[in-house]
Design a binder for this molecule. Structure first.
Ligand code: PEP
Ligand code: MG
Length: 579
């Protein structure tokens, strides 16, 4: 009998295939003694398992698409570092020798010890690393037990299948994609989970948050993942199969058609021009931005220069990085955002004093943090200014919450310019300066910012979290985190209007810009400049080409007056269905 289960869509599209249930969790480990003469072999077994894990992770890292957000690479790197660390690479070897026990038991002892240590940590970031310890230990254990089916070891059996797992790490998702799975389904996870984000750039139809789905599905059962509608069809009948096969073929043809839009101007049906720019962090993303025909970089996040290192990046190193971005973008403007450290982006060599309070999203992050430590800000400003002598650079400031902060930034910018003048260094004297509008206070003060600045950039990722008081990383409140909430739309509209009044361009560079379901709504709210992940740019361009701004504005007006996000969602559906 056909059964339909509902989850949260992550990657797009439709996948049809046989079910493969991946075993999860840690296994019952038996403990046995190893005779002294075999200890050497047991240590060898353990080292071989570590080597295999390292190779799997390195392989996974190489296969991550280059336009994937930086934090996904960082997650795989954390696992690689852990596998290389003495805690996993050597300590279990010592335990095998000391206790004359099997490798699995030594690993188990070490795992317990590490979990206890991590879980007792005060720092929530470090406490959360317990999850990584668990995943790395599990991976080593599977390599030891040669347990199958492990995605990266099962090989051919997973090709063309739909994998159902309790949860998947980003590395596992990459390995599964490499093996040619048709779709992924996880019982855990929310829309902002790292695996969900990765699935989107991998292009694998994915559903997350299908709680207890494995209870209803047998190995080898026919499944359809409809990631457009968030549905998992179990044991579909012939009619459903025909329907979904046709849809999967259509989707494939549509992908091929999208490629043809590269280089075509993004004009709505009623002739409104929309600038489509790219968000980038890594050099690879810059290349992807250039290749998909982005009109420059609308948001160049610079945190990657600061993360995963003990020291701070110097002026010359930063200059070199910004010049490289300019070279890749070949004359298109690059909007460099001053560093937005804090909250979930920590830099070991540059940690703030928290005064014992723990709410990093509301604490010292972004420009607040730089203003507390102006040396970091000044170095970066000088590097950005110097880069501006070589190509079109724009400077953008994150997390501004008021004009007083802007005044301070302007004075540090002035000082950086004076220093460069004194040193005889060239820079663009009219370097365009803009503010990220991502705090409700900034949106409410948008007129003040627009009057003093050259552009505004709405960061909806944060604007949504701060407006709705729903942490963007907390799955428990993800049901509240909704960019369609009328309060969020009103702040976006307010900002767009303030920009229009002052003749200052307003872009939107949060994830909302990358979702083609919202393109018409955003045009209707007055936006003419969107910056998004290069992987989504052509799809959003297609949505622009099919839009009529006049009609979208009507719907947007109703959305602004709506009572709640549900009502807006219905309006958006109608707007998107309208011709
Ligand atoms: C945003 O908040 O929407 C944004 C683009 O910045 P980040 O995601 O880097 O916080
Ligand atoms: Mg932000």
């Amino acid at each position: 009998m056909t059964l339909v289960l509902h989850g949260i869509s992550a990657g797009k599209g439709v996948g049809i295939g046989k079910a493969r249930l991946l075993r999860r969790g840690y296994f019952e480990i038996s403990h046995y003694s190893i005779p002294a003469r075999y200890l050497h072999d047991e240590v060898g077994r353990y080292r071989a398992a570590i080597g295999a894990v390292r190779r799997q992770l390195e392989d996974a890292r190489r296969q991550i698409p280059r336009d994937t957000p930086l934090d996904i690479f960082a997650l795989v790197d954390v696992h690689l570092m852990m596998a290389d660390d003495s805690a996993f690479a050597y300590e279990p070897v010592r335990l095998i020798e000391q206790h004359r026990c099997n490798a699995e038991w030594a690993l188990q002892m070490q795992r317990e010890m590490l979990l206890q240590t991590f879980r007792a940590m005060d720092d929530p970031y470090l406490r959360a690393r317990a999850e990584d310890v668990e995943q790395v230990a599990r991976r080593i254990l599977l390599a030891l037990l040669s347990e199958r089916p492990e995605p990266d070891q099962a090989g051919a059996p997973l090709r063309d299948c739909i994998v159902l797992a309790e949860d998947l790490t980003p590395a596992e998702a990459v390995l599964l994609q490499q093996q040619g799975v048709r779709a992924l389904v996880t019982e855990a996870g929310g829309v902002a989970s790292h695996t969900a984000i990765l699935a989107r750039s991998l292009g694998v139809p994915t559903l997350v948050g299908l709680r207890q789905a494995s209870q209803y599905i047998r190995h080898d059962e026919q499944l359809i993942v409809d990631a457009e509608r968030g549905a998992l069809v179990v044991a579909p009948d012939a009619r459903a199969l025909r329907h979904y096969r046709r849809r999967a073929q259509r989707a494939q043809r549509a992908r091929a058609l999208l490629k043809k839009l590269t280089g075509k101007p993004a004009l709505s049906r009623d002739g409104v021009a929309v600038a489509l720019r790219a968000n980038a962090e890594l050099p690879e993303e810059l290349r992807a931005a250039h290749e998909c025909g982005a009109e420059g970089i609308g948001l160049y996040r610079t945190e990657f220069l600061f993360l995963e290192r003990e020291d701070l990046p110097g002026e010359e190193e930063q200059l070199e990085t910004y010049l490289r971005a300019l070279r890749v973008m070949a004359g298109a403007p690059v909007t460099i955002r001053s560093v937005d450290l804090g909250a979930d982006k920590e830099c070991p060599g540059h940690e703030p004093r928290t005064g014992g309070h723990v709410n990093p999203a509301l604490g010292l992050r972004g420009i607040r943090r730089c203003l507390k430590d102006p040396a970091v800000l000044c170095t970066q400003l000088r590097a950005i200014l110097r880069a501006s002598a070589h190509g079109p650079v724009r400077l953008c400031i994150p997390m501004l919450s008021g004009l007083e902060e802007l005044r301070q930034v302007l004075s540090w910018l002035e000082r950086a310019k004076n220093e460069l003048d004194a040193a005889g260094q060239a820079y663009d004297r009219a370097l365009p300066l803009g503010a990220m509008i991502e705090v409700p206070a900034a949106a409410l003060m948008a007129d003040g910012f627009a009057a003093r600045l050259d552009f505004l950039a709405i960061g909806t990722n944060d604007l949504v979290q701060y407006t709705l008081a729903a942490d963007r990383l907390d799955e428990e409140v993800s049901y509240l985190y909704d960019p369609l909430h009328p309060a969020v739309l009103r702040l976006i509209h307010l900002t767009a209007e303030a920009g229009a009044r002052h003749g200052v361009p307003v872009s939107l560079c949060g994830e909302m810009a990358a979702d083609s379901r919202y393109t018409r709504l955003l045009l209707g709210l007055g936006l003419r400049d969107l910056s998004l992940h290069p992987a989504m740019l052509l799809e959003v361009k297609q949505a622009v080409l099919r839009s009529e701004v006049a009609a979208a504005s009507e719907y947007a007006r109703s959305a602004l007056a709506a009572d709640d996000a549900g009502a807006v969602a219905l309006l958006v559906e109608r707007l998107n269905r309208s011709p």
